[in-house]
Design a protein around this ligand. Structure first.
Ligand code: CA
Length: 235
């Protein structure tokens, strides 16, 4: 990487903000810090960071309003930093257009994994990534989007149309959590019944076909109360 990728952290807890900043600086990212919502918003416009790490609970503003304002004009990746008690907030943040979230307390490796996923999505948006290959591959799972063909360790897996729609949406967003509502409206349309039962039934069938041990999935993970996440693609 010739130019450092820049990340703005908006987090009022200084020790968390500094912990994140140190971890990112060590990985050679350019880091800006902000301890309040209003200052954060002004830094977004003045510094034009490429990725935003955003605490939802800020003293002067609701983090949701920041997501709304940023999404009005920018598709920059937004990773929400949230407390474990804010399950509903996480879903709302994702549905407002946040890309991902990380739950406090978190370690460096989890943080860096989220950042790497965001970086990959930036390269896809800029057309400089491997997005053109139309093949997803991870740990023996291969999805060929052109042929609509899925294999696990070379063996073909037969999915229904609905199951394929679910798997391909997750694979196209690998590493990112996709909420139940997003999946349901993608597959069954925006006016579908928003109860998750039919989605859960389909996911159980998908796992039975794809996973060696459906109780301990290695490809599609459940984010309880939020949605599903496909394992990162092999690089
Ligand atoms: Ca806070």
């Amino acid at each position: 990487m010739n130019t450092k990728l820049s990340i703005l952290i908006i987090e009022d807890e200084k020790n968390i903000c500094d912990f994140i900043a140190t971890a990112l600086i060590n990985q050679n990212y350019k880091v800006y810090k902000s301890y309040s919502g209003k200052d954060g918003l002004s830094q977004i416009t003045s510094r034009c960071p490429e990725i935003l790490l955003l605490d939802l609970g800020l003293p002067d503003m609701d983090g949701m309003d920041i997501i709304r304002q940023v999404r009005a004009w920018s598709s920059m990746p937004i990773i929400v930093i949230s407390a474990r008690t804010q399950e509903n907030d996480k879903v709302a943040a994702l549905d407002l257009g946040a890309d991902d979230y990380i739950t406090k307390p978190f370690g460096t490796s989890e943080l860096l994994a989220r950042i790497r996923t965001a970086v990959r999505h930036i390269s896809h948006m800029n057309g400089s990534g491997p997005a053109e290959s139309h093949i997803f591959s991870s740990k023996g799972l291969v999805i060929d989007f052109d042929k609509r063909r899925i294999t696990v360790n070379g063996e073909e897996i037969h999915l229904t149309q609905v199951e394929y729609k679910i798997v391909s949406l997750l694979a196209n967003n690998s590493g990112k959590v996709i909420t139940y509502d997003t999946l349901i409206s993608h597959v069954w349309g925006p006016y579908a019944d928003d109860n998750n039962r039919i989605l859960r039934v389909n996911m159980a069938n998908i796992r039975r076909k794809m996973e060696k041990n459906p109780a301990q999935p290695q490809y599609i993970f459940t984010e309880i109360g939020i949605g599903y996440r496909m394992v990162d693609a092999d690089v």
